[in-house]
Design a protein around this ligand. Structure first.
Ligand code: FAD
Length: 449
């Protein structure tokens, strides 16, 4: 059993923990990063599967994500744009497939008007929300007491408009059904990306990718830390008190002045605390849960949809894969589609055999792109729900009423214990940008003490 001493010990080598560790090390503090897995990056993971390079976790960078963009630049990484020429596809409530350009789905004119009005209303509400303090909004409690589904139902009886607007936040972002999170939580999601309109604009939100994959960010951050990163070290116990902490992992013990818990909130309860955490933390951590989405990768000999004048961008709240995109790699002659199957749909297909699930998902993609979509040369499903050290995707959100009740306490340190992850971010919430922001903030807090 290795026994070491550091100023700060970081639990978790995701983007957040590695950012915090780098900031602290730059300022002259000694650090150790303990990672449960045998790799760094957490929810960022690039793998070669059957010869195809796939980004199994996070991958896209949007122009508002300046903390991530600064990090990408600092690490000397290159980015490239997602393919976006041609028409998008929408499948409506009537089951009809329609091609379109721009952002607003090709729905009946009266539904389009309702959608435009709802987007405007949501933009106005989002403009009143500080993503770092959504609980400060004068109506925070009321907005947190009503599910997004009920709020939309109060606004309009146009079901297709409601289902489309819900899609941008529910299936596409929080990856929970819209009855399972509050309107305040939905507004935070939009505010964290700058506006609701940004979420509607796929060209904005899914703008760029990193050459070599976004996992290059944590890999290079870890390289800067060298021997201070310890892999295969799941932390089991944190002993804490006024004099500091002792962190016990499977193969080592670290004594330090401070500990940064850089893990998703659902995994905080996997660690034993001696003494136990205070009742407030015991309570609030139970009210944050992971969403769930399957990220589906289908690689073809060529990007055949481009020959049909399609960009690859496709949406439908009525399809198993509610959204899909051209995800071809930089300078790769093969064509890759990425589709997403979220919440209850994901549960349902995981009850099927692997063959049946694949057939159902590819059939859904074929509704957007044609029969060629059913014959990929490589097929892979990223299943983060089965990952012991993640347990869902993309990230965590509060149940109804939780954000206004506990949001303000979430990032407050408990003695020498600090929390850092994308799930507790304001700007960049649920994204790598948020992970980096919180990592920087926590490091600054520790340095200021
Ligand atoms: P994590 O990456 O989860 O890091 C936590 C680390 O802690 C992990 O390495 C874990 O193994 C480790 N750990 C946990 N418990 C312990 C323990 N007890 N002891 C030691 N180590 C432990 N974001 C974007 O910006 N753009 C996208 O396109 C995007 N798409 C996504 C697609 C998918 C499928 C997923 C899953 C996520 C996506 N995200 C995206 C979200 C983004 O990947 C995450 O928000 C971000 O990577 C989280 O970083 P983090 O450091 O906060 O947490």
């Amino acid at each position: 059993m290795t026994d070491i001493e550091r100023d700060v010990v970081v639990i978790g080598a995701g983007a957040s923990g590695l950012t915090a560790a780098n900031e602290l090390k730059k300022a002259g503090l000694s650090v150790a990063v303990l990672e449960a897995r045998d790799r760094v990056g957490g929810r960022l993971w690039t793998e070669t599967i059957d010869g195809a390079m796939l980004e199994l976790g996070g991958q896209w960078v949007s122009p508002d994500q300046d903390a991530l963009i600064e990090t990408i630049d600092d690490l000397g990484l290159e980015t490239y744009s997602r393919y976006r020429e041609g028409k998008s596809v929408y499948i409506g409530r009537d089951g009809e497939r329609r091609e379109f350009e721009g952002e607003i789905f090709p729905v009946a004119p009266e539904t389009e008007k309702v959608m435009v009005d709802l987007i405007e209303k949501l933009d106005a509400l989002v403009a009143e929300i500080d993503p770092d303090r959504p609980w400060d909004h004068p109506d925070a409690r009321a907005l947190d007491a009503i599910s997004f589904e009920s709020w939309l139902a109060r606004e309009t009886d146009d079901e297709e408009a409601r289902e489309n607007i819900a899609l941008f936040i529910a299936g596409a972002m929080l990856t929970k059904p819209p009855h399972a999170f509050s309107t305040l939580q939905a507004l935070l999601m939009a505010a964290s990306a700058g506006s609701f309109s940004h979420l509607v604009d796929a060209d904005f939100i899914l703008d760029k990718r990193v050459v070599g994959g976004l996992q290059r960010v944590p890999i290079l951050l870890a390289e800067r830390l060298g021997d201070d990163v310890f892999l295969g070290q799941p932390v089991r116990t944190v002993q804490w008190g006024d004099s500091g902490v002792t962190v016990i992992a499977d193969g080592m013990t670290v004594r330090a002045r401070r500990v940064i818990l850089a893990v998703p909130p659902v995994l905080l309860t996997r660690i034993s605390y001696e003494p136990p955490l205070p009742r407030l933390q015991h309570q609030m951590h139970q009210h944050l849960s992971m969403g769930f989405v399957i990220k589906v990768h289908a690689v073809y000999e060529t990007p055949f949809w481009r020959d049909k004048g399609l960009s690859g961008t496709a949406f439908s709240p009525y399809e198993l894969s509610h959204e899909a995109y051209d995800n071809s790699n930089h300078e790769d002659p093969h064509g890759t589609l990425v589709g997403f199957v979220s919440d209850r749909h994901a549960d349902d297909v995981f009850r099927l055999s692997a063959e049946e699930r694949k057939a159902r998902i590819l059939e859904s993609l074929s509704h957007y792109y044609g029969d060629e979509a059913t014959n990929p040369i490589v097929y892979y499903e990223s299943d983060w729900g089965s990952e012991e050290w993640t347990r869902g995707a993309y990230a965590a959100s509060f149940d109804l009423g939780g954000l206004s009740r506990w949001g303000g306490d979430l990032r407050v340190p408990v003695g020498p214990l600090y929390l850092s992850c994308s799930d507790v971010a304001g700007k960049g919430y649920q994204h790598v940008d948020g992970a980096i922001r919180v990592g920087r903030e926590v490091a600054a807090q520790i340095l200021a003490e």
